[in-house]
Design a protein around this ligand. Sequence first.
Ligand SMILES: [Fe+2]
Ligand SMILES: [Fe+2]
Length: 207
Amino acid sequence: MIDPDRFEYMRARLKERVKPSRYMHSLGVSQTAEQLARIYGANENDAAVAGLLHDWDKALPASELKRIAKKHHLAPKTVRKNMPGVLHALTAPRSLRKEFPELSDEVLQAIERHTCGADDMSDLDMIVFIADIIEPGRTFADVAPLRAAVGQVDLDELFYMAYKSTLIYLLDADMSIHPDSLEVWNGIVSQRAQRMEARKSRVIVIE
Ligand SMILES: [Fe+2]
Ligand SMILES: [Fe+2]
C-alpha cells in the first residue's frame, strides 16, 4: 500500500521526467487502471501506482533505451533495432526499483508487461495493459468497443479484445511486431477457446 503523500511525490517526479502530454496520459492510465481494479476486484492502489508509472522511461532517447536493454539483456538485437518503442517497458523496472524501493514486484511486473504482455498475465498486468489503451485521452477509432465492454465482459475477455486491437493497429500501420507477441496471442486464443468450451459444457449440464 502506497500512502497518499508518497503517491503525490511519485506524481511530481513523473511530471519532471516526461513531457506534459505523456504526464496527462499517465494520469489517465492511473485513473482508468484504478477504476478497472474496482470493477474487477483487483488491488486499486497497485493499479493506480502501476498506471501512473508505466511510461516512466518513455522520455529516454532511443539510444539510451537500446544501451540499457543491451547491457542488461532485456531484448534481442532485432527488437532493440526494429522495435525501440517497446523498450521503455522493459527498462523501467530497474530505475523504478532504485527510485521507489517500496514498489512491489507485482507493480513492477505490470509495468514491464504493458507493451508486449506475457503468456501468464496477472489481473494487475491485464488491467494496466488495458488502461493504457482505453484511458480517456486515447482517440483512435477502435477504442469505443473496448470502453463499452468494461464491466460487461470478464477481464480475460477484455484483455483478449485489447490485445487483438493492438495487433490489428500494428499490422494496419505496417509496424514491426515483437516476436514474443505471437506466442502471447496464441496463448490468449487457446485459453479463450478453453473458456468457451467450459462455458458450453456448463450450459449443456444446465439444460
Ligand atoms: Fe508505454
Ligand atoms: Fe502508455
